[in-house]
Ligand binder design. Sequence first.
Ligand code: G3I
Length: 643
Amino acid sequence: MSMRPLLRLRFAAFLALAACGGGGTDTPDPVGPPAVTAVSVAPATLNLQGIGATGALAATIAPSTAMASVTWSTNNAAVATVTGSGPSATVTAVSAGTATITATSGGRSGSATVTVTSTVRTLTLATSAFTLVPAQPQPLALTARDEGGAVITNPAVTYTTSAESVATVSSAGVITAVAPGTATITASAASANVTASVTVLEGGYVTASGGTITALGGQLQLVVPTGAVSAPTALTVRTVSTPPTNARLLANTAVLIEPAVTFASPATLRLRYTVPLAADVVETQLRLARLDGSTWQEQAVRVVDRTNRRVTALASTTGTWAVFVPPPSLRSFAQLAGREVGTAVSADALRSDATYRQLLAAEFNSVTPENVMKFGPIHPAPTTYNFADADSLLSFAAAHNMTVHGHVLLWHNQQPAWLTVGTPTRASLLAALRDHIQTVVTRYAGRIATWDVANEVIADNGTGLRASFWTTIAGPDIIDSAFAWARRADPNAKLYLNDYAVEAIGPKSDSMFALAMRLRAAGVPIDGIGLQAHFLVNPPSLAQQSANVARFVAAGFDVRYTELDVRLANGTDGLAAQATAYGNAVRACRTQLRCRAVTVWGFTDRYSWIPGAFPGFGRGHLWDDVFAPKPAYTGFRDAWAVP
Ligand code: G3I
């Protein structure tokens, strides 16, 4: 039996060793197979899809001549097990995850990473029916399980909606309600799928990140600045039918927004009215109110947008809101009559009295500064002008769609001392008035529609001009210059000659008429006649007033009642006669289309010039000193309300 030399050598050595150890023969140890120096496993990574799936791994021992057994092991039998002997093994997927499979031999080892992805076998939803409101996001609480029933994290799921117009669904499974209706959301993965029903109601949703919502058929819009909401909350809205007391509710605009949402900062709440406004309702009348307990609190109206039919307020909370038309106001009737109904405005009251401001804005569409634009207050020193109060009034008027009647450029009263200090001359007075008119009229050009350019320049007995420092030092033609300078400063403003006790035909109004005609004949730009109408309870009759208005209009002038009030002697009643007097002024003006306005000289007894100027008299205005309307208000309004 020929054994290969190497083997024979080994056999002899073995025998010798055996003799020494076992039989007494001195033979060296046998040289065993080389030691394992390395073990590698292929493939290094193994992906198994689905529970129960198997894969093969192979171990390679270095050196190849090493003769050693291989044992296999897993570090995570919950994910993958391994069976095998010798250099090959089989891995079996148990659940999704990763495991390390190791081959060991001769004290050396190598490994492979096994990734088990399970297959979605079932999809379930914690909730499968949702009722949402527009803009409200709603995540689907989906659970995917594999064939072993184990939950699959981050399964590859596809989401679809049956009606994009009602509700959309993102790839992450977040539903967003879009508009009222129903939709079915389907989640699919592998061969599994599940559906959810979505019902979207009218309503709105405010998110923590802000955003615009619309609801109630586009009537409610809640624009929330980013970060304005302390926590996401769903708003539901529904119509309520109790409008503010004696107000006219615009149909379908009273909405209830609940639960109340606390805003971190004011949000803009826009309510839309979806019905055409009634003929006698003008947009400046629309109001917003929020139900506070059992009473409606009117909210400052930010903007009334007739085109888009919405009214905006600045709100910081929600609640029950309504767009409504308050009882008809003076301005709504005057607007229908194509006129202005105005009032002189006290700067102090405008600054300090909210009720005054609210009534002013609600009832009037024209304002006249009672004092702050007179020469003394606005131009107290040769090169000093105080515009602040006048600017405030202009801003208020702009915010409330009101025209402004400027009062007054040339007058003998309320003049600053510097004008006549020392020895004023024609030149000094002309220069001062020119600078004054150019500065003031230019500043407000385009924002003041009409001006009292010359005021009370007719002598009380009607014998010509009043003798004042203007007419006696500068000369009567200062009146002509005043109109010319005003026209140059604002070519679009209408320029008026204004006076009192000229509301009926008589000596003084005849003198006023003569002056107006002279100015016109001389090419002086005079447009209108202002009838102050500071009345007692027995003013000129309606017929007398109407005849007077008519003659100025016939001569080509516009007319305005500029300072109407009806003072009452203290202790006397006179309220009914006062009401008639207020009504007749309106009736007389309305006899002529070119009678453009009726302005009262203050509207509440609380801030009246009368007691100071006429001791023993007062109560001359439409509202009393606690803002309660008097019969005068009703008489005045009824005269406006007549179509
Ligand atoms: O502003 C000062 C204040 O600083 C001072 O403390 C106070 C002390 O009396 O006086 C204040 O000025 C008063 C001003 O009204 C502002 O309130 C004047 O004294 C006072 O005489 C002045 O009365 C005004 C009056 O014109 C005289 O200019 C009335 O309020 C104003 O209603 C009245 O209006 C005139 C029209 O301009 C022209 N047509 C007649 C009408 C009634 O007189």
